[in-house]
Write a protein that binds this ligand. Structure first.
Ligand code: 2AM
Length: 484
């Protein structure tokens, strides 16, 4: 035994504070993170060799390997706390079924995977009916976040949250000294908020890609682009995604010496949380056009073979960006910032709608606050979102907050010019233009929906309201008959 192992053994408790079930990379890193905060952690993996390797690689730590679920359960202090880090879907249900007969009343199961919130609601009701307690916790931050401090979005009863609070708060990322975790709401609220986080992440990523694409069309080198993103990371666009974009753009391919990014195939994958967000928004009639554009951009990117063929068939203009580089950088900055605000405004509107529908009482300011650290969308400007909802919790739309309104009003001219430039150069900017379309629709006193209502009344006698009569009073016109 090494001296550190001896030392650790001496401080080992009889029973562990937490069990981690599932030792893929997220589970392993979370177990190490919890252990590093003075907790003793029991670990279990279906395939024992993984547990064995994990323990061997972490000699001397307060980790207890267990071979069976029974052994895992017996190794935990009461009330037992078991963090499931298994693949979302059927595996979660399978593991829960196996745990139920082994657990005692009041024990706590936490699902830390990317489960769909409706699955979480179902499991919450099921486990509650068995006298057990359940937390559905969205965990964001990838491998590194899991190890060093993720953003955690736990949903479940307040009393269960209170039991988990010390562990969650100690392992979460810290932003300006505050842990990036707080009780989101009951049932599926935590996994729901994590889903929206991922949708927003899709939007942020696509917007950055559109900025890059414009720079590329304007003849920027990768190093010039890298320098631009690095500079932006010092200002109001500061965020993890801008930061890693700057670093990625200056990376060279060791084999060819070419910029790494240009060697990577332009065919994006997705795991589905963005799509879930779209489905939920459609079900609730909330517009999230920026996230929608981002998800669809990935879908279109995956049609690489079709796109290559179509590029020889369908015509477009020659890219013609004549603006001087520093001026272009300033304009694209504004387009990106404004589009990003719109994307968050849409995401927040969806959160607010669902909060009301489900009576989750989501604290939007607090949600933005726990996204400031640990997670993929961490960014300086989230402080502004927190401030916006703290000063006006009933804010109808984030764009109307005095700070964001000021930014949008200042940026809108450049934003339009960027979209116009892209359109006239034949460069697709689906997320920039979806955001601008939302902005222009939302701020329009009068939309062409009057004509739409006329059409509906024409073919379907759907009736309409009049501008000169009180709301709710319905009218119908005898439209001329259409011949043929
Ligand atoms: P494994 O190493 O035995 O495959 C991510 O896939 C994690 O989920 C892994 O730790 C994996 O265990 C675990 N996992 C997947 N399906 C499972 C199941 N039905 N029961 C238990 N663990 C499962």
């Amino acid at each position: 035994m090494t001296p550190t192992a001896k030392q650790a053994t001496a401080t080992m408790k009889q029973q562990s504070d937490l069990g981690v079930l599932g030792l893929a990379v997220m589970g392993r890193n979370l177990a190490l993170n919890v252990e590093s905060h003075d907790f003793q952690v029991s670990v279990y993996n279906r395939t024992y060799s993984t547990t064995d390797e994990f323990i061997a690689a972490n000699d001397g730590k307060r980790l207890v390997p267990t071979r069976t679920l029974d052994e895992l359960v017996q190794s935990l202090a009461s009330p037992r706390k078991i963090l499931l880090m298994v693949k979302a879907g059927a595996a979660v249900d399978a593991v829960i079924e196996q745990l139920i007969p082994l657990l005692e009343r009041g024990d706590i199961v936490i699902d830390g995977g990317n489960s769909h919130y409706t699955d979480t609601e179902r499991r919450d009701a099921y486990l509650t009916s068995k006298g057990l307690r359940f937390i559905g916790a969205g965990i964001s931050g990838g491998e590194e976040g899991a190890r060093k401090g993720p953003s955690i979005m736990p949903g479940g009863p307040t009393s269960t949250w209170e039991v988990m609070q010390p562990i969650f708060e100690s392992i979460a990322a810290k932003a300006e000294g505050e842990p990036c975790v707080s009780h989101i709401g009951p049932g599926g609220a935590g996994h729901y908020v994590k889903m929206i986080h991922n949708g927003i992440e899709y939007g942020d990523m696509q917007l950055i890609c559109e900025a890059y694409n414009l720079f590329k069309a304007a003849g920027f080198t990768s190093d010039e682009m890298a320098a631009t993103f690095k500079r932006w990371n010092e200002g109001d666009l500061q965020s993890y995604l801008i930061q890693i974009t700057g670093i990625a753009l200056e990376q060279k391919d060791p084999q060819t010496g070419a910029p790494m990014v240009e060697i990577i195939l332009d065919k994006a994958g997705q795991k589905g949380t963005g799509r879930w967000t779209l489905i939920n928004a459609a079900e609730n009639a909330v517009v999230i056009s920026t996230i929608n554009a981002a998800v669809e951009a990935r879908v279109l990117s995956a049609l690489k073979e079709q796109r290559v063929a179509a590029s020889r068939e369908l015509q477009g203009p020659k890219a013609n960006i004549t603006v001087a580089k520093p001026e272009l950088v300033a304009k694209v900055h504004d387009a990106l910032y404004a589009s990003k605000i719109v994307s968050y405004a849409q995401g927040m509107a969806l959160l607010m709608t669902m909060s009301e529908k489900k009576d989750w009482q989501l604290d939007l300011g607090q949600i933005a606050a726990i996204w400031r650290g640990g997670c993929i969308i961490r960014a300086r400007f989230l402080n502004r979102i927190t401030d916006a909802y703290r000063s006006n919790p009933a804010l109808a739309n984030l764009m109307l907050d005095p700070f964001f309104k000021g930014v949008l009003n200042k940026a809108q001219q450049n934003w339009r010019e960027v979209v116009a430039m892209a359109v006239s150069s034949g460069i697709a900017v689906p997320a920039f233009s979806a955001s601008l379309g939302y902005y222009d629709s939302y701020r329009a006193e009068r939309l062409p929906a009057n004509l739409l209502q006329a059409q509906r009344d024409f073919f379907g006698a759907h009736t309409y309201e009049r501008v000169d009569k009180p709301p709710g009073e319905r009218f119908h016109t005898q439209w001329p008959e259409v011949i043929g």
